[in-house]
Design a protein around this ligand. Structure first.
Ligand code: APR
Length: 254
């Protein structure tokens, strides 16, 4: 059960930011980054697959991994946590900032989602940055660990890369600015399913706190965000969010 005081605090808030991480999509079946990799991918450290250096060294390995993840994402559905946020957003103009490169917030019905780590569905050229449209390779379980050559840019012929932000790369400036603005101008920030381990995204709850916002965290495990959070809900996203939205009275009376 979510405590009355948390619900009261949320009801009082007028400008609310939802800040989600991989734990938000975990109950849909998308593995988090700190989970162990599965299948043949177990032999790799995610850090070997999520850097510009990794792509330069073995583009087919990295592209194969992202195709694997994309197939996984395409085969799963938004969970009750995503649905609750979308329901909430129908009634209230929440800002959603996510570190997730999946599209589960949007598929649940959320709009104006800021993807500060990019999107797995927006590959682009490494050279001229043109977006690249293509049919995703639909991978099977036996394709775990499979190398796949990235497509070539139809504009300039260079390699196409995943449209995500890798370790060591700066965030896309307009997204970062929008995230900072939203965090610094909210009165309540909900940090959901993020380990708070990756900068600068992990600073978002702190920026909100420094400007006077209340920080509520939903995570079954302790994280560094505990240091700035006013309330910690030690539940999963799919457990906690429907309860909150129901307590707010936003569900249709169907
Ligand atoms: N509900 C809520 N939280 C959960 C759930 C769940 N069902 N399952 C796991 N968690 C929590 C874990 O306790 C952990 O704190 O989600 C968090 C997931 O942490 P990470 O895997 O580190 O994900 P995230 O914080 O989003 O990672 C940040 O790191 O690899 C990069 O760019 C990548 O965006 C990613 C960034």
């Amino acid at each position: 059960m979510i405590s009355e005081s948390i619900i009261k605090t949320i009801k009082k808030a007028r400008r609310i930011v939802v800040f989600s991480g991989a734990g938000m999509s975990a109950e849909s079946g998308v593995p988090t980054f700190r989970d162990d990799l599965t299948g043949l991918w177990q032999q790799y450290d995610p850090m070997q697959l999520t850097t510009p250096e990794a792509f330069a060294a073995d583009a087919a390995l990295v592209w194969g991994w992202y195709e694997w993840r994309r197939t996984r994402i395409l085969s799963v559905e938004p969970n009750p946590g995503h649905m609750a946020i979308a329901e909430w957003q129908k009634n209230y103009p929440l800002v959603v900032i996510t570190q997730n490169v999946d599209d589960l917030h949007e598929r649940a019905g959320s709009y104006n989602v800021i993807h500060i780590h990019g999107s797995i569905f927006s590959p682009r050229c490494i050279k001229c940055k043109s977006p690249h449209e293509f049919e995703s390779t639909y991978l099977q379980p036996q394709d775990s660990g499979r190398r796949i050559d990235p497509p070539l840019c139809t504009v300039c012929g260079h390699l196409v890369r995943p449209g995500v932000v890798w370790f060591g790369e700066p965030l896309y400036e307009p997204d970062l600015r929008a995230a900072i603005f939203s965090a610094e101008n909210c009165d309540l920030l909900l940090a959901i399913g993020t380990s708070g381990a990756v900068q600068p995204a992990a600073l978002i709850p702190q920026w909100a706190k420094e400007k006077g916002a209340v920080v509520v965290q939903i995570n079954p495990n302790p994280t560094p965000i505990d240091q700035v959070s006013d309330y910690n809900i030690r539940m999963t996203a799919a457990q906690a969010l429907p309860q909150i939205v129901e307590a707010l009275g936003f569900y249709d009376e169907a």
